[in-house]
Ligand binder design. Structure first.
Ligand code: FAD
Length: 543
């Protein structure tokens, strides 16, 4: 009888941030882990730089940090955090009607919490370094998943060997000194579990579709993005703008953002509908600078010279944004997809990678809960059964959360590119932060705080924020009733009634925290009770 292995053989497809973290979690539980990555090792200096189709730096926040912390990998989290830059607030840039440029800082969190700017490659390198130290992990670079049979638990990879050929021996290649010649060989590998973390265009997901009844929805939004760089000040190599902010130039249907990097530059991203890109691309020499002047005042030539702007627009790719939802994430006990492979989202909440890292923590919490790692002498059939039950639970728990953050990310585009300048947005932010600070026991937090600084399931964030919204509308609406109500006829000698503007009413709200408190304490009440409360409040106001 064949000897039963005590350890599970886990293949991780994709060594991006999510795949690398998943491999760490599995390895720390004793699995025999093999990571297969399509590209070459990004830590190898001789490797041709990656043709990045994803942005260079990212916002790392609580969910990602918490998941790295839970990997229990020595100093890994500290090493990663050392290489980040805190971003305490958004800095909104614009031009006043009188033509003057302005900047307005909007803190991310009433309690001072912040997000971290991190370089994608250095985060990925740290994770790979941590993996390489573990004896039960093997990294296979230049391996592309090409096929999988999830019943037979066998996967096929194309192994790419790069052989460099001297130009002299290959004169047909007259546009390059070196010619990369790819030779491929196919290998087959057996496994107990495959974790597919191979990004938005996942091959694992593609093969999973042939086995599971997988619902799949993908949408390209009408926005392209292109990266630019703001160099450090030439005079003293300092940051050209405040480094502890995520800078935003909102522009209605467009947006330009800048995130700080450790080398004191900023990586910037232009987001705009495809029609704007094509219009500017028709004649960038004439149109690009005008486009920036009009929509993103203070960027060119103040922060990026005209020639650099032109060059970067010409040379950097103009890329689409995809949003993907699918379900289930697994098939039986043999495969599960995580990260962008399961739920690629638009980047406007800065949550794509954070959500993917959180997938890893949630998955392994569930595997642990089901006792997948409990038995020292496993019965393979029982182990498969337990793993399948755990993966079932993972899909049931995680799909609503991933769907919720996909939707919130789309909604946040509107907030970033235009709402941040609206007075109504600012009033709501102010009110919510006032309640958060002065009445902490109520548990009132903004949506941004719940998403970026906490680990509450995304699907619950939406519900809680909707409830808060209803309360706020009730309280503010009723408080404004005095303004909306028609004047009541007065006796001839009565003093002239005081006119109250909406602005004054809003200011008065500062003194009505007790009322808001009463309202908020009803957050958990039923719709009926809530309606009764609102009607009571209405009567109070009318009196
Ligand atoms: P990926 O990073 O795509 O990694 C997948 C890996 O799988 C790659 O290394 C790839 O080479 C490999 N692979 C692919 N196919 C195969 C195959 N067949 N076989 C083997 N290997 C394969 N997220 C945030 O949290 N914060 C942000 O601020 C943020 N900003 C963003 C800005 C922009 C403009 C964009 C586009 C995205 C942003 N994101 C952000 C999202 C974030 O980039 C992704 O969510 C994250 O990279 C997903 O990680 P992943 O490991 O799942 O996939």
């Amino acid at each position: 009888m064949a000897e039963v292995s005590k350890t599970q053989k886990v293949l991780v497809v994709g060594a991006g941030p999510v795949g690398a973290l998943a491999a760490l979690y599995a390895a720390n539980r004793g699995d025999d882990v093999h990571v297969y990555e399509l590209r070459a090792d990004l830590r190898d200096p001789s490797t041709t730089p990656l043709n990045f189709t994803r942005s260079i730096n990212l916002a790392l926040s609580e969910r990602g940090i918490n998941s790295i912390r839970n990997a229990k990998s020595g100093e890994l989290l500290e090493e990663i955090i050392t290489e980040t830059i805190p971003m305490h607030a958004r800095m909104i840039h614009g031009r006043r009607k009188d033509g003057e440029l302005y900047q307005e800082s909007q803190a991310y969190d009433a309690n001072g919490r912040y997000i971290q700017a991190v370089d994608r490659a250095s985060l990925n390198k740290r994770l790979l370094d941590a993996l390489e130290k573990l004896p039960n992990v093997t990294l296979h670079f230049n391996h592309k998943l090409t096929g999988a049979d999830f019943n037979k638990k066998t996967a096929w990879f194309e192994q790419q060997r790069h052989a460099k050929t001297d130009h002299a021996q290959n004169p047909s290649q007259n546009d390059a000194l070196w010619h990369d010649q790819k030779r491929t060989a196919e290998i087959s590998v057996t496994f107990d579990l495959i974790i597919g973390a191979d990004g938005a265009h996942s091959a694992t997901r593609y093969h999973l579709m042939k086995f599971a009844r997988l619902d799949y929805q993908q949408e390209y939004i009408d926005t392209l993005w292109c990266e630019f760089q703001i160099a450090p000040r030439p005079s003293d190599s300092s940051f050209a703008i405040d480094p502890n902010h995520l800078h935003i130039w909102p522009g209605g249907s467009l947006m330009f953002i800048a995130i700080p990097s450790l080398d004191r530059s900023f990586t910037c991203t232009l987001f705009a509908p495809a029609s704007h890109f094509s219009s500017v691309s028709e004649n960038p020499e004439q149109k690009l600078v005008k486009f920036f002047h009009k929509n993103f005042p203070g960027v060119c030539p103040e922060l990026i010279s005209t020639s650099d702007l032109q060059k970067q627009f010409r040379e950097n790719p103009h890329l689409p944004l995809i949003s993907i939802k699918c379900k289930p994430y697994h098939y039986k006990s043999s495969v599960v997809i995580l990260g962008d492979a399961a739920h690629a989202m638009v980047p406007f909440y800065g949550q794509g990678m954070n959500a993917g890292l959180e997938d890893v923590r949630v998955l392994f919490d569930i595997l642990d809960k089901h006792g997948v790692y409990d038995s020292e002498t496993p019965d393979p059939a029982a182990r498969d059964h337990t793993r399948e039950a755990a993966l079932d639970e993972y899909t049931s728990q995680r799909a609503p959360d991933a769907g919720a953050i996909n939707d919130l990310a789309l909604q946040n585009y509107e907030e970033m590119r235009s709402s941040v300048q609206s007075p109504l947005y600012k009033v709501r932010k102010w009110m919510e932060e006032t309640v958060t600070i002065y009445l902490p026991s109520l548990g009132w937090r903004t949506q941004y705080t719940r998403v970026s600084f906490e680990n509450q399931p995304y699907s619950e964030v939406g519900k809680a924020v909707k409830r808060q919204g209803r309360i706020l509308i009730g309280v503010v609406g009723l408080s404004l009733l005095g303004v909306a109500n028609p004047p009541i006829p007065q006796p001839p000698n009565a003093p002239t009634p005081k006119t109250i503007t909406i602005q004054q009413r809003i200011t008065e709200l500062e003194g009505t925290l007790a009322e808001i408190s009463r309202a908020v304490s009803l957050l958990e009440l039923s719709e009926k009770q809530h309606e009764r409360f609102i009607s009571e409040l209405e009567t109070d106001c009318e009196n």
